[in-house]
Design a protein around this ligand. Structure first.
Ligand code: ZN
Length: 350
C-alpha cells in the first residue's frame, strides 16, 4: 500500500472509532497520532524533489502575474498557537463542538451558548492575542509583489489581517473574531415581516468583549462571562459572525462567499495551505479549478491523494515552505521577458 493512502484510511478509522466508548477511543487516538507522526517523517524524506519542482512552477505562475488564489486553513496558524480543528491530539473538533456550534442551540439559550460554549472554545484570550507567523507574512509579501493574488481563509483568527494583508484581497469565508451578526433573520413586527440588516449583510464590530463582562470576570483572567451583546438594529441577541454548522455560506454577506466564488472562477492556480480539504469551500474551489483547468497546489504536512488526481503537493510546515516560495517568487521576478520588459501581467478582478 502506498504511503499516500494512509492518511485517508486513518481519518476513516478515527471517524469510526469516535463512535466507541470514550475511554477506548482516547487510548487509540494517541496511538493513531503517533502513527501519523511517523508517516509524516517518512513522507518528508521522499518529498524534497517534488517540493522544489512544484514550488518553482508556482513561483513562475505568480511572477508572471497570473491570478492566483491562496485558500488557507488551520495548518497555517498552528505555529501561532492556534489549536487546529481536527486530526491532532489537541484538536477542538468534537461532538460537543458540532452539537453546540449551531444557530439552533444558540436560539434555545443565548446566554448559556455564549458563556458555556463560545467563550470556552473559540473566543479565548490566547486566540485573540495570537500573532501571525512567517507563513502569514510570506503570503502578505507575495501579495504585495503580485497584485493578482487573492486570499480566501477558513480561519477566523484574523492573523492574515494582523500580518497586514490588504483587506480588499482577503475573504474570511468562515467569519472572523471581533465581528458579530444578529440572530434575527425573520420576525413579525407590527404586522410586517422584518429582516434585520445585521442578520444578512451588516456587521457589528466589538473590539473588546470585556465591555460586556459580568463582575469579577475578564478575558485576561480566562474566566470571562458576559451578558449577551444586543443588536443595534433590533435589540435581539448578537452571535459571532462565524459560520455555524447549520448555516450556509450565503446566509450573511460578511462571509464574502460570492466574492470567493468569483475569485476561484478567475484563478489560473488555486493554492491550498494547511487545510484538510474537508469543508464545502475547499470542494467548491477544487471543482471550479478542475473545470477551468486551473493548476492546484497544496502546501501541507502530509500528502493525501484520495480526493483529486491533479494536485501538486509541497510538503512541510507551511511557515517554512511559504518562505521558500516567497524567495522563489522574488528570484523569478528579477527575470525579464524576451522583449526585455518585466513579465508581470495584470488582470481585472471583480
Ligand atoms: Zn438585529
Amino acid at each position: 500500500m502506498r504511503i499516500r493512502q494512509y492518511p485517508s484510511l486513518i481519518r476513516q478509522l478515527m471517524k469510526d472509532m469516535s463512535q466507541l466508548n470514550q475511554k477506548i477511543w482516547s487510548d487509540y487516538k494517541i496511538n493513531i497520532i503517533q502513527i501519523q507522526e511517523e508517516i509524516f517523517a517518512i513522507s518528508q524524506m521522499s518529498s524534497t524533489f517534488t517540493n522544489k519542482e512544484n514550488l518553482l512552477a508556482l513561483a513562475k505562475l505568480l511572477a508572471s502575474g497570473e491570478p492566483v488564489v491562496f485558500l488557507t486553513g488551520a495548518g497555517l496558524s498552528v505555529s501561532s498557537g492556534i489549536t487546529p480543528y481536527r486530526y491532532t491530539s489537541q484538536a477542538i473538533w468534537s461532538n460537543f463542538v458540532v452539537e453546540q456550534g449551531t444557530r439552533k442551540t444558540f436560539k434555545k439559550d443565548p446566554e448559556a451558548w455564549w458563556n458555556d460554549f463560545w467563550l470556552r472554545t473559540h473566543e479565548k484570550q490566547e486566540f485573540i492575542s495570537a500573532k501571525p507567523n512567517p507563513g502569514h507574512f510570506a503570503i502578505t509579501h507575495i501579495s504585495k509583489r503580485c497584485p493578482n493574488v487573492r486570499v480566501v481563509t477558513q480561519n477566523i483568527d484574523t492573523l492574515h489581517t494582523k500580518a497586514c494583508l490588504d483587506p480588499t484581497r482577503i475573504v474570511e469565508v468562515h467569519g472572523s473574531l471581533g465581528k458579530y451578526k444578529c440572530v434575527n433573520q425573520q420576525l413579525w413586527k407590527n404586522n410586517r415581516l422584518f429582516v434585520c440588516p445585521y442578520s444578512t449583510h451588516r456587521v457589528v464590530l466589538i473590539p473588546d468583549l470585556n465591555q460586556y463582562a459580568l463582575p469579577n470576570t475578564s478575558l485576561e483572567q480566562g474566566n470571562l462571562r458576559v451578558r449577551v451583546p444586543r443588536c443595534p438594529g433590533c435589540l435581539d441577541p448578537l452571535m459571532p459572525l462565524t459560520l455555524l454548522f447549520d448555516e450556509k455560506y450565503q446566509s450573511h454577506d460578511g462571509f464574502g462567499y460570492a466574492r470567493a466564488e468569483r475569485w476561484f472562477a478567475k484563478a489560473k492556480a488555486i493554492v491550498f495551505v494547511g487545510t484538510s480539504l474537508s469543508v464545502n469551500v475547499t470542494s467548491e474551489a477544487i471543482n471550479v479549478g478542475e473545470k477551468n483547468g486551473a493548476e492546484l497546489f497544496n502546501f501541507n504536512i502530509m500528502e493525501d491523494d484520495t480526493k483529486m488526481r491533479g494536485m501538486r503537493w509541497i510538503l512541510g510546515k507551511a511557515e517554512e515552505t511559504l518562505m521558500e516560495l516567497e524567495k522563489a517568487v522574488a528570484q523569478e521576478m528579477t527575470k525579464t521577458g524576451p522583449d526585455g520588459k518585466p513579465r508581470m501581467r495584470m488582470c481585472a478582478w471583480k
